[in-house]
Design a protein around this ligand. Sequence first.
Ligand SMILES: Cc1ncc(COP(=O)(O)O)c(C=O)c1O
Length: 389
Amino acid sequence: MHYARNASSLEGSATLMYTAKAAAMKAAGADIVSLTAGQPDFPTPQAAIKAAEKAMAEGKTLYTPSMGIAELRQAVADRWSAVHYQDYKIENAMVSNGAKHSIANMLEAVVSPGDKVLLPKPYWVSYPQMVKRLGGVPVYPETGGMLITGDDIRLAAASGARGMIFNSPCNPSGLVNTREMIEDIAAAVRETGIWVISDDIYEDLYYGSGRVPHILEADPGLKDQVALITGVSKTYAMTGWRIGFAIANPDWIRIAGRIQAHTTSNPCSISQYAALAVVTGHAEEERVQMYKAFERRRDLICGLLDEVPGLAFDRPEGAFYVYPKILSEREINTEKFCVSLLEKGGLGTIPGSAFGNEGYIRLSFAVSDDDIAEAVKRLNSFLERGDFK
Ligand SMILES: Cc1ncc(COP(=O)(O)O)c(C=O)c1O
């Protein structure tokens, strides 16, 4: 059997694989603490559940327009107009099956075979695979930091890159580009004319003051070049409902909409009504409670990790991940490290190799305080034993 070249070279999702492995060991009775998950550990707000029940009772269970129900597209346009001081209209907004799907659609609309696309490094696992699936060529920052800079964009554009995916707060590091960096990035985007997919899925989990620094805040005039990706998964603990949003210029949305129409039709009708309830502000109390819990846990895990010798990390300013480097004289294969930490140390984590960095591990703090404390204890004794070296 001959499989398609682009498809058969795709790699699986390491985060899903390690999360599943830790869960399977736990289900089989092993004593495992898992910091693998990339999702809130809170229930979905009641407003979303009630809206979904109502939608089902009212028979809103058939196909919807492929780009999403008009009420939700309009609500998305209104909400993110307010966030970014823009005047987005319904034709600027599209609803898809999770932010991952929004990114895939928007990429497919702009990447032709051979096109170079600048990605962050460390990157969210799916970015390079999504680009390669389309025959595109991922290129990476050359200045060597953990976050993309304006000069990375200038260098990439000079070598032919047509666009970039940007992600701040970043998965896996939780790091955030400062306002100063963002201003230089916006200047570089304007100078080079590249398109940007700004993956803002963690925008509401920012622990600094005010809104997270954003390219459109630095230069609102870039709105036709910049597609915003966001959704309800992380902000409202709705990962399983599979609703994500793309907000961009109407042509980009129209082309991405045709791709969606010919691949998945519409996102789940019931989930769209659930998302409408939270996007229009009916779950703000729960949102703030979850946000505060994540901020407190960030402080807790960073305080505990500070006491662990053999690790170095930058304090995350957003999302729910810490990304420590394992300090060692010898080079560490972090995949082996994470398998051994899981099997011998009873702690599930994700190796940095999944995000393009050897030597790091990703810890999710979307777990209880007790699990955080126990996890850091296990990590500390595993490092002390040193049997991974
Ligand atoms: C950086 C980043 N972008 C996008 C997504 C996808 O979100 P969704 O679950 O809405 O598809 C995730 C989920 O882990 C993520 O971490």
